[in-house]
Design a protein around this ligand. Structure first.
Ligand SMILES: C[S@@+](CC[C@H](N)C(=O)[O-])C[C@H]1O[C@@H](n2cnc3c(N)ncnc32)[C@H](O)[C@@H]1O
Length: 393
């Protein structure tokens, strides 16, 4: 990491000093930070950011401190923030079409720590277990994989431990930079764990056996035209999701959303590998809608335990019992409520009950709750989904 990134940051410093006047005023710190992100992005991705618009502004950001922070702790997410900025400037269409909005840190932490706790609950030694493989099929700049890397044993990890796929090349580049920073002592291949590609294509995901930790914050796009490769297990799972909808004459268009195809991908991966846990962020409306009954039924057939934390935050429903309810995503990048779903597979005997928990509140309250809970400390309600729709709410 140090070798790769130091010249980058130094180049940034030189560029910033060349372009931005170096007066001092606290009021302009925010604007100066923006300039730094622009320049960092242009250095990392070769974009043609114009720093000219920042000329004449006051520049008081301490680049040495930034350099130290990036090197000492990738958890400050500087690289990820730079990546998001780059996408927002130059790839606006891709960003919306591919759902390149990254998981807030408290949610990423909760998802990964919960998957770790649930692996322990089925007798596996968590994410750190040398046999466990960690897969994120829509890994973006690596927020979930980076969180999982904090569980990697200090002696280093095997090249086969982490696997990510990401459609946008600059995001997968940043993911690999972050993993290299976090997995000190790992062999070289582990820091190139993310491949640029389309996860829906047949050989995009590794064919791994043994226990899996599947982490997924999929894109939400109801107009997604991506198609799961024919002949794959994921395509077969997807057909099971859609079949009851078609049989009952319901609108099958509700099933084209990208997150449903990613759910089928994760579902198939875990069934094929045998055992492990999926932590997945999905739309909250999915929990009870008739159109998605096929998904809920297929999951109850293939997984031994299921946990749902409904994070709500629907923008059309801003108050719950007169209390403000906000989305956990900043700036309402997703205009839908969301929930986190955990699917646990030991023997694949199926389950009849769902552990469910509702979380309402403003964003700060929800983030605080997410930082302080794992499945072991949540006061779950037990639901028994009733035929024919098997709602999980
Ligand atoms: C909601 S973001 C989540 C990223 C990351 N896992 C996180 O939690 O911050 C979804 C990511 O999936 C990527 N993506 C969308 N469609 C994809 C596809 N077919 N194959 C691989 N990646 C895809 C997007 O570019 C985006 O970075």
């Amino acid at each position: 990491m140090t070798d790769t990134l130091l010249p980058t940051i130094d180049a940034v410093a030189t560029q910033v000093h060349a372009h931005v006047s170096r007066l001092s005023s606290e009021m302009m710190v925010a604007a100066a930070e923006e300039a730094v992100f622009d320049v960092l992005a242009s250095v990392l991705f070769g974009g043609s950011f114009s720093v000219r618009r920042h000329e004449g502004i006051v520049f008081s950001l301490d680049l040495d401190a930034l350099k130290r922070e990036v090197i000492q702790s990738a958890s400050i997410d500087v690289l990820s923030a730079v990546c998001e900025r780059y996408l927002a400037h130059f790839r606006t269409h891709d960003r919306h079409w591919l759902g390149a909005f990254y998981t807030p840190a408290p949610l990423a932490r909760f998802l990964v720590h919960s998957v770790d706790a649930l692996l322990h609950s089925i007798g596996i030694d968590g994410i750190a277990d040398p046999d466990v493989r960690v897969i994120d099929p829509a890994c973006g700049s690596g927020n979930l994989l980076a969180e999982a890397a904090s569980f990697a044993p200090s002696g280093g990890v095997s090249a086969e431990k982490f696997h990510g796929v990401e459609r946008i090349s600059c995001a997968s580049h940043v993911c690999n930079l972050r993993m290299r920073a976090l997995c000190s002592g790992c062999d070289a291949a582990a820091s190139a764990c993310c491949r640029t590609g389309n996860a829906m294509e047949s050989l995009a995901l590794p064919n791994v056996s043994g226990p899996l930790a599947i982490l997924c914050g999929p894109p939400f796009n109801q107009y997604s035209t991506d198609v799961l490769a024919e002949g794959t297990g994921a395509a077969a799972v997807y057909r099971r999701y859609v079949a009851p909808c078609i049989e009952r004459g319901l609108d099958a268009n509700a099933q084209t959303d990208a997150y449903i195809k990613f759910t089928a991908l994760c579902h198939d991966l875990l069934v094929r590998s045998g055992s492990g846990v999926i932590g997945l962020i999905v739309r909250h409306a999915w929990l009870a809608s008739h159109a998605h009954a096929g998904m809920r039924i297929a999951m109850m057939q293939d997984f031994d335990e299921m946990f749902v934390v409904d994070l709500h935050g629907d923008p059309h429903d801003r108050f719950h019992h007169h209390r403000r309810d906000e989305n956990v995503y900043r700036d309402m990048v997703y205009d839908v409520g969301v929930c986190v779903l955990f699917l646990v597979r030991r023997q694949g005997k199926g389950c009849r009950e769902i552990k469910h928990f509702d979380l309402f509140g403003d964003r700060a309250e929800k983030w605080d709750w997410l930082r302080n809970h794992t499945p072991n400390s949540i006061p779950w309600n037990t639901l028994t989904p009733a035929e024919p729709w098997c709602a999980y709410a």
